[in-house]
Design a protein around this ligand. Structure first.
Ligand code: IMP
Ligand code: MG
Length: 180
């Protein structure tokens, strides 16, 4: 049993569960894009960096990684306004692309990214999201989903609270008194 940081309430997804599921998602994507010459994985910084690294290493098809960054929230509460702070290095016109995101809560970030990337006219655009907090009301479908989780602030495996806890190898719920 891994030692649990005193700021954490509980581990929601273990390292083993993450690794098993990421491999499954990579297998599924490898099958679905078997005939595609090159798949573009668009990782959303900073939260998706670990997920993207593991996912891309398990893919059995040629892939290119690129990154975008959007303005984050304040610490935990959404402002509703999403702002692009880093764009792709190269356009993805005519390419097959997947947005790789750490978590969908309200779905606003995913919707924004989806719209921005659609303007590029990719050959296809799908979404791969590790964690989902709410099952309904997402405007943009999640094509590849890791896990459904409860509506709490989670950290680890790339996800942070005020830039902390990112390098934990599991996904854990933060104690509410830490982020309240
Ligand atoms: P949405 O726009 O409400 O779906 O929020 C999605 C974004 O908020 C994600 O890209 C994360 O960066 C951040 N976020 C939402 N919930 C959490 C959480 O529980 N832990 C860490 N980051 C989160
Ligand atoms: Mg994010």
């Amino acid at each position: 049993m891994q030692e649990i940081n005193q700021d954490l309430k509980e581990i929601l997804v273990t390292t083993e569960q993450i690794q098993f599921r990421v491999k499954q998602l990579a297998d599924q994507i490898s099958n679905d894009y078997a005939d595609v010459e090159q798949l573009y994985l668009i990782g959303i910084l900073k939260g998706a960096f670990m997920f993207l690294a593991d996912l891309s290493r398990h893919l059995k098809i040629p892939n290119v990684v690129d990154f975008m960054a959007v303005s984050s929230y304040g610490k935990t509460a959404t402002t509703g306004a999403v702002r692009l702070i880093m764009d792709l290095r190269a356009p993805i016109d005519g390419k097959h692309a997947i947005i790789v995101e750490d978590i969908a809560d309200s779905g606003k970030t995913l919707k924004y990214l989806y719209q921005v990337l659609q303007w590029h006219n990719p050959a296809s655009l799908k979404t791969c999201v590790l964690l989902r907090k709410k099952k309904d009301n997402l405007d943009i479908p999640i094509n590849y989903l890791g896990f459904d989780i409860p509506n709490a602030w989670v950290v680890g495996y790339g996800l942070d609270y005020a830039d902390r806890y990112r390098t934990l190898p599991y996904i854990a719920e933060l104690k509410p008194e830490i982020y309240a």
